[in-house]
Design a protein around this ligand. Structure first.
Ligand SMILES: C[S@@+](CC[C@H](N)C(=O)[O-])C[C@H]1O[C@@H](n2cnc3c(N)ncnc32)[C@H](O)[C@@H]1O
Length: 269
């Protein structure tokens, strides 16, 4: 099998309907749950972004459409526009690791190790991580998923600016509470500065745990208490560790590192 066909088949095996969890190969050709929305939508991949949020797939039936402010906020065009134009220099001053995204990317790549297969940047925002990964050219498949369509719009614009082809990153609008991935289908997941924005942290980490293959790795970062949980939901380092264990990771395979109000969660399935 040539390299492109192999990559496409691993993508087809990884992407699943967020409602029935079936992949393109296992979903019925006349699905009465989504009226074939899933099948039709995934044919656009990887060249165009796809919308696999449960509400879109199931057209609102039996699906909770309400999301908390900490999720909805990022859909505002002004937030998406300003996000990457304002924050990276502030992070680099020490708010997000010592050295900002450069350090975080290096730490994550070291943790993931060699032979990267299918890697997902979940809650990718403008894709700061996914784009770096694409430029590294060491992954078989890169998936960038976020709930905010406006953040994903910024990602597409940045890809053009960086000279990254649409085929190099599969862009999915998806919801952490019902991820569109088949069980055991991802080799590694990065989720940067996002846990505090999710509707429910344990559900989110559990969904990632289920999507990871055996030996698969999660590298996630988040801001921590004592930042006050007014809009976002900040945890302590101990709570973060407990969330990962409750989500399914073995306690020996969960590590939390903190630096001020910034925490890094490293887990191996
Ligand atoms: C602070 S930004 C982090 C963006 C990027 N990962 C980074 O490292 O800069 C948090 C992201 O989480 C996303 N998010 C919030 N709720 C989500 C949900 N329910 N499902 C998926 N992504 C969500 C937001 O849209 C936003 O892009």
């Amino acid at each position: 099998m040539d390299k492109n066909k192999k990559a496409m088949s691993s993508l087809e095996e990884a992407i699943a309907c967020p409602v029935c969890q079936k992949t393109l190969t296992t979903a019925p050709s006349d699905c009465n749950q989504c009226q074939n929305y899933f099948r039709q939508e995934v044919t656009k991949m990887p060249l165009a972004p796809v919308d696999l949020t449960p509400a879109q797939v199931k057209d609102g039936v039996d699906v909770v459409n309400f999301q908390p402010l900490r999720t909805e906020l990022f859909r505002l065009p002004i937030i998406s526009f300003l996000y990457e134009r304002i924050l990276p220099p502030i992070w680099a001053m020490g708010l997000r690791n010592r050295g900002g995204m450069d350090t975080e990317f290096q730490q994550c790549i070291e943790f993931f190790g060699q032979n990267l297969g299918t890697v997902a940047d979940i809650s990718c925002g403008t894709g700061i991580f996914a784009r770096r990964l694409a430029l590294l050219q060491q992954c078989q498949q890169i998936i960038a998923l976020d709930y905010s369509e406006t953040m994903l719009g910024q990602l597409q614009q940045q890809m053009q600016r960086d000279g990254i082809l649409p085929s190099q990153i599969t862009i999915i609008r998806g919801d952490i509470t019902a991820l569109p991935f088949a069980p055991n289908s991802l080799d590694a997941v990065y989720s940067g500065a996002a846990i505090h924005c999710w509707p429910d942290a344990t559900t989110g980490v559990r969904n990632i745990y289920q999507a990871l293959s055996s030996g698969g790795k999660l590298f996630a970062t988040t801001f921590l208490q004592p930042l006050p949980s007014i809009i976002f939901r900040f945890f302590t380092a101990d709570e973060l560790q407990q969330i990962a264990i409750t989500a399914g990771f073995h306690p020996d395979c969960v590590q939390v590192e903190t630096r001020g109000v910034y925490g890094t969660l490293k887990c191996i399935k």
